[in-house]
Design a protein around this ligand. Structure first.
Ligand code: CMP
Length: 144
């Protein structure tokens, strides 16, 4: 099985109608969409997802924000997808993300930075199993 990463389009992305724009960039790059759903995350899911940030000043605001509305949860698959997705996404703070990246082109506020992507293959596995059940992921091959 090829590498997989977990991508979440945060409530700001949904509310700003950026879902199609971001998915287009992943499709155009050549990655394969194998999981997709719109969910309003529970506080438990959000806290588990962001467990590494617990204790930081922005933690409560982060959990409040990510649970404030629907999130588009996705699994993308392909060679090197974890690191490549991070490059497509750009630096965490949109004021320093490069133009051409998703955050660099579409955001200005670190607390409203449109998208989350797993930072390693270990995180990807953890996050995919937190957000998705096995039957919700569908690997596929094109019919020739
Ligand atoms: P994300 O990739 O989802 O991982 C952790 C998130 O914490 C990050 O994107 C930002 O949205 C958020 N974050 C990081 N630093 C700050 C900060 N200083 N203030 C508010 N939110 C932050």
């Amino acid at each position: 099985q090829q590498e997989r990463t977990f991508i979440a389009l945060k409530p700001d992305a949904v509310q700003r109608n950026l879902v199609g724009e971001v998915i287009r960039r992943f499709e155009a790059k050549g990655f394969k969409l194998v999981g997709l759903k719109l969910v309003k995350p529970s506080v438990e899911t959000a806290e588990e997802h962001y467990a590494e940030h617990k204790g930081k000043g922005f933690y409560k605001g982060l959990v409040d924000f990510i649970t404030s509305g629907p999130v588009v949860a996705m699994v993308w698959q392909g060679k090197g997808v974890v690191a490549s997705a991070r490059k497509l996404i750009g630096a965490t703070n949109p004021l320093t993300s490069e133009p051409g990246t998703i955050r660099g082109d579409l955001a200005v506020d670190v607390g409203r930075n449109v998208i989350h992507g797993s930072d390693s293959t270990d995180s990807a596995q953890r996050e995919i199993s937190l957000w998705f059940k096995e039957g919700e992921i569908a690997d596929w091959t094109p019919v020739s």
